[in-house]
Write a protein that binds this ligand. Structure first.
Ligand SMILES: *Cc1c(COP(=O)(O)O)cnc(C)c1O
Length: 406
């Protein structure tokens, strides 16, 4: 007994390595956000915490560009946001059309089926976006209650234009539900201007907050749909009719809010708004263009076509003759850099370099290019030493000059 007690007093404190996080999430978290997680806890009904919830809602509306009253942070990661949107809009037997061009569209199908929806999936190959015309055809045939689509498909690096598709959904009497887990705060997301009825996101991608909360927002049509339900929402935990009573003026206890996560989200949203959305989008674009110039110098191409590439998630083809895992292993072990491998149809064929939120910085772009070039050359890949970093530097110089001129 004494022996056991002595042992347990000598457990080494946790000491995780410092990584450069350039994968598909989580992204790097700014010190101010990490520090917020160490503040003393408030009770989940403390007036100070309630004020923080109100402020968070205001910040979220600004970042999502919406006036929807029902805008809040669901307790759970991005997938909980997906589930919250789907289970609240869908009742057993409802028809849902899901656009699938990657892993996350596929996940939405699974979530919808579990919620009792009769799902029709339309598909595009990995790396491609949907054309509004193919969605129109499916809308006519299916007459769904809800259309689900992913704005930024993290598994393929594709940016999906959604404004036209949202219009078509409404013309056919359907609601549109949008996944903005990777897009929010990295590229423009216009919930009201595009007429999006329900949207979810996550904290760990371009918001640069640890994983753990899922911002969601429901517009007037979606709220009406929820109010008219004849079946209870399938998930007790994600039932908006109850959660809105906690986030609304009732302050009715539903579940204990993850206090520290909400501190972190409040701080990360404040950082986004202090930087300014447009400035933030421009920063993501500038770092993406520099990375892309460097990759081009290495002879590496993108999976999505020009015009559909996400600045915050660079999905690139692994060069001929190079194996996936040894390169990622070297990057992690020798350089402390995490990048993502391919998912689904792109497994072993693609890498995903995330430049999300706080990770989107020139120092990271330069580091990952130098590291990747070194690893590739060590593995026998032919490329000109130093060319990648030089090309990125040229890209930054050009960007600075064009800003100076304008
Ligand atoms: C990451 C991601 C999710 C899931 O979020 P988790 O935080 O991993 O639960 C859903 N959709 C997209 C597009 C994502 O990138």
């Amino acid at each position: 007994m004494a022996h056991h007690a002595a042992d347990s007093t000598h457990l080494a404190p946790l000491a995780p390595s410092t990584r450069t996080l350039l994968g598909p999430g989580p992204s790097e978290v700014p010190p101010r956000v990490l520090a917020a997680m160490g503040y003393p806890l408030l009770g989940h009904l403390d007036p100070e915490f309630v004020a923080l919830m109100d402020e968070t809602q205001t910040f979220l509306r600004r970042v999502m560009r919406t006036t929807n009253p029902l805008t809040l942070a669901v307790s759970g990661t991005g997938s909980a946001g997906m589930e919250a949107v789907v289970v609240n809009l869908i009742e057993p037997g409802d028809k849902m059309l899901v656009c699938v061009n990657g892993v996350f569209g596929g996940r939405m199908v699974d979530v919808a089926e579990r919620a009792g929806a009769v799902v029709t999936a339309i598909e595009r190959p990995y790396g491609e976006a949907f054309d509004p015309e193919e969605v129109r055809t499916a809308l006519k045939q299916v007459q769904p209650k809800v259309v689900g689509i992913v704005h930024a498909e993290t598994s393929t690096g594709v940016l999906q234009p959604v404004e036209e598709i949202a219009k078509l959904a409404h013309e056919h009497g359907a609601l549109i539900a949008l996944d903005t887990v990777t897009s929010l705060a990295g590229v423009p997301v216009e919930i009201d201007a595009w007429g999006i009825d329900a949207v979810y996101s996550g904290t760990q991608k371009c918001l640069s907050c640890p994983p753990g909360l899922a911002p969601v927002s429901f517009g007037p049509r979606a709220v009406e749909t929820i109010q008219k339900r004849t079946h209870k929402v399938q998930s007790w935990y994600l039932d908006m009719t109850m959660i809105m009573r906690y986030w609304g003026s009732d302050r009715f206890y539903h579940h204990t809010a993850p206090i520290s996560m909400n501190y972190a989200l409040r701080e990360s949203l404040a950082l986004v708004l202090e930087e300014g959305l447009e400035v933030r989008f421009a920063r993501h674009l500038r770092n993406h263009l520099a990375l892309k110039a460097g990759l081009k110098a290495l002879g590496i191409a993108y999976v999505p076509a020009e015009g559909f590439q996400l600045p915050q998630l660079n999905c690139i083809r692994i060069p001929e003759g190079i194996e996936d895992v040894p390169v990622r292993k070297r990057l992690l072990e020798q350089w402390g850099i995490e990048i993502g491998g391919g998912l689904g149809a792109l497994k072993g064929k693609a890498w995903r370099i995330g430049l999300m939120g706080h990770s989107s910085r020139p120092a990271n772009v330069t580091l990952v290019l130098a590291a990747l070039e070194t690893c590739l050359r060590d593995l026998g890949y032919a490329c000109q030493p130093g060319a990648a970093v030089a090309a990125a530097a040229d890209s930054y110089r050009l960007a600075a000059e064009s800003v100076a001129v304008s």
